[in-house]
Design a protein around this ligand. Structure first.
Ligand SMILES: [Zn+2]
Length: 404
């Protein structure tokens, strides 16, 4: 019995293989009645060896549904074939790797169907992946539209100002498509402040590609305050998930190079002291106009004082803000966060209002409506401790704005 059983099994496999290879070489004939739904992939059948824009679209859609993980090259090779077969199996179609009208129609149907509670399959998988990528869904990608997927859809709809019905129809799909492709618009670029002058210094523009606050972090206004420019030099490598982060690590590069507080006058007194002012020198003018150009919402200028507490001409460990309600709330949050890690009371950070006249933070706060701070660490502890304070302050600001 066993031998006969084996024989039958082998026979069945062989027969299957023969039939399978026949289906590979004999073109299948499909009904032409579904042509209207096949517009996306052209009118011709697509199969191994096909090339062009219809194949590109096919690869994109198969990739979107999670069946194809390779490059979108418009060439129907073995990988595209495999992806088509996988898709056909999942859709209960003949798994022949031939994209004729039935497979085209099935793909179009899945791509265009409305999804809601109870929906299943690859389109739900794609939806869950998109929602996860946007931070709305953090559960398993199981292709099953349950209450968690529903909640995530509602949250997404709310964020987009759409009807919060949990139904993924054309409008929600199009919004998802837009939002999901936004991160690819993320960019980092370097521009030069005071370009072409002896003060030329790089400024880094980190654009998340997603709308949100514009935050500017400045270091090196004073060249002998290394914690500020060291921290800013690290912040420029941070990744953000929304808004724009603009970092000018060495505002007065010449002073930083010389390790002197000032170079060609004190940059911390060179910014406008009237609403019509532009700045006292090339460097101040260039920085001030960049704040306007990039429409900065929040600005933190990183400095260092001498002592922990206020003495004659040093403010001590402090955060000095240009007073508005929003700025005060944020300043409180930053100082509380820092002080929660400091047990010695005289070392704790103090809040002050009104950055000094002529400083970047003062000019931006008073004349441009920027929510602006000067952050000061004492130069007493080691550089790494001071740099950490600076970074923690920047981190708290960005975290509370939802940017990191
Ligand atoms: Zn300073």
């Amino acid at each position: 019995m066993k031998n006969i059983h084996d024989f039958l099994k082998r026979f069945a496999i062989a027969a299957f293989l023969i039939l399978f290879s026949l289906t590979m070489v004999i073109p299948s004939v499909h009904p032409a009645t579904v042509a209207a739904a096949t517009a996306n992939y052209g009118t011709k059948d697509l199969t191994s060896g096909s090339q062009g824009s219809a194949v590109t679209q096919l690869q994109k859609d198969l990739a979107g549904l999670g069946f194809y993980l390779y490059s979108i090259d418009g060439w129907f090779g073995p990988k595209t074939h495999d992806a088509v077969v996988k898709f056909q199996k999942s859709a209960g179609l003949k798994a022949d790797g031939l994209v004729g009208s039935i497979t085209k129609s099935s793909l179009n149907k899945i791509l265009t169907q409305d999804l809601t509670l109870g929906s299943q399959g690859s389109a739900v998988t794609k939806l869950q992946k998109d929602l996860a990528g946007l931070g709305y869904y953090s559960y398993s990608i199981d292709g099953s539209f349950g209450p968690k997927t529903h909640d995530a859809v509602v949250k997404f709809q709310k964020s987009q100002g759409l009807k919060t019905d949990g139904l993924v129809g054309p409008i929600t799909k199009s919004a998802l498509e837009k939002a999901s492709t936004a991160p690819s618009k993320a960019s980092r670029k370097t521009v030069t402040i005071a370009a072409g002058t002896t003060y030329a210094t790089p400024m880094y523009i980190i654009d998340s590609g997603v709308s949100g606050p514009v935050v500017m972090i400045v270091g090196g206004v004073h060249g002998n305050e290394p914690a500020g420019y060291t921290a800013a030099g690290k912040v420029k490598d941070w990744k953000i998930k929304k808004g724009k982060l603009i970092v000018l690590p060495q505002a007065n590069k010449k002073a930083v190079q010389n390790k002197t507080r000032t170079y060609n006058g004190d940059l911390n007194r060179a910014f406008p002291q009237s609403s019509s002012g532009t700045g006292n020198n090339t460097l101040a003018k260039s920085i001030y106009s960049a704040v306007k150009k990039y429409d900065v919402d929040w600005l933190m200028d990183m400095h260092e004082g001498y002592n922990y507490t206020k003495i004659s001409d040093s403010v001590g460990q402090s955060l000095i803000y240009y007073p508005t309600t929003t700025t005060k709330t944020m300043a409180n949050a930053i100082v509380s966060k820092l002080n929660s890690g400091i047990s010695t009371s005289y070392k704790k950070f103090t809040l002050y209002r009104y950055p000094v006249k002529g400083s970047l933070a003062r000019a931006c706060g008073q004349y441009l409506g920027v929510k602006a701070f000067i952050f000061e660490t004492a130069s007493k502890p080691s550089l790494s401790v001071r740099v950490n304070y600076q970074m923690k302050a920047a981190d708290t600001l960005l975290s509370r704005l939802g940017m990191i």
